[in-house]
Design a protein around this ligand. Structure first.
Ligand code: GLU
Length: 294
């Protein structure tokens, strides 16, 4: 095993890269360079309905144009569903997963019917109100047999109880560093705020969180660098790492690039796409300057 630190950039090919992605890729790449580390690329395409090979080709082209170099082969998540399945089986065998047939709408209705303010998860979705938590074996089998789609959720209470058993009650933490790798801070993770999170989606045999921790471990990633919008995701991902006995990387959540109204860039804002900026004649150095000014 290499002793060199391993960094990665992990875009989803569901649209064109924008300045925010360029920043993320450059931060990770430059940190890897500065640490004499390795830099990997991973294509996060578990959402096979929305991800496109054309976007993936454009991403590789944009990143090469920016001057980034990454190791081969590029890991494509859609080629590793079997590996994610093994991790999900492991969590299932630990008694932590249950099938959930509820639709988003049913969840929203159940929450509204309660009438009281309902807690939200870090992404702003209502915490799962437990609709399918107490289904009997028989009902589960019948509904599965009729082909009704289901997700797998993790029983957060059971997962935290098992975590306490595994770690003797030690706090679940992660290390967050500044963008030069200094100022390591020990942060306490609070996975309970995700509630009974989805581990395998209805429309994909994994979730983002599960795929990320499995792949970071499979690729030997030692340093996860990504935007602050994923800071809270680290809480749930740390829990999964401990439960699945996966190594703990160091984290750096970088600042987010915003538009002139101070809003985070999104993939629908095509005018800020790297491809559009390239067409306008900007150079990779211009992109770095724009990012430094943002
Ligand atoms: N694929 C995720 C995204 O494009 C990034 C995942 C990560 O860096 O952990 O937002």
């Amino acid at each position: 095993m290499s002793e060199r630190p391993v960094f990665r950039f992990a875009p989803s090919p569901n649209g064109e890269l924008h300045l925010g992605h360029a920043h993320s890729a450059l931060v990770s790449h430059d940190m890897a360079r500065a640490a004499n580390g390795r830099f990997l690329l991973r294509i996060e395409d578990i959402d096979v309905g929305r991800c496109r090979r054309e976007y993936e080709a454009q991403i590789l082209d944009d990143l090469a144009w920016l001057g980034l170099e990454w190791e081969q082969p590029v890991r494509r998540q859609s080629e590793h569903f079997g590996v994610f399945g093994k991790a999900i089986e492991k969590l299932g065998a630990m008694g932590l997963l249950y099938p959930c047939f509820a639709t988003r709408r049913q969840i929203a209705e159940a929450v509204a019917a309660r009438g009281a303010p309902h807690p939200l998860d870090p992404e702003g979705a209502p915490l799962y109100p437990g609709l399918c938590k107490a289904l009997g074996e028989k009902e589960i089998e019948t509904r599965k047999a009729t082909g009704e789609a289901f997700a797998l959720r993790m029983d957060m209470g059971a997962a935290l109880a098992l975590l306490r058993e595994m770690t003797g009650g030690a706090p679940l933490t992660f290390t967050e560093t500044a963008d030069d790798g200094s100022h390591a801070q020990c942060i306490e993770a609070a996975p309970a705020r995700w509630g009974d999170a989805v581990i395998a989606r209805k429309d994909a045999p994994t979730s983002y969180h599960l795929a990320v921790v499995v792949d970071d471990a499979a690729q030997g990633v030692t340093h996860v660098t990504r935007g602050r919008d994923l800071y809270a995701a680290t809480d749930l991902q740390r829990l999964l790492q401990v439960l699945l006995d996966l190594p703990e990387p160091v984290y750096h959540h970088h600042r987010l690039i915003t538009d002139d109204k101070g809003r985070k860039l999104s993939k629908s804002q095509g005018d800020k796409s790297l491809a559009a900026l390239r067409r306008k004649g900007l150079s990779p150095d211009d992109i770095r300057s724009l990012l430094a000014e943002n």
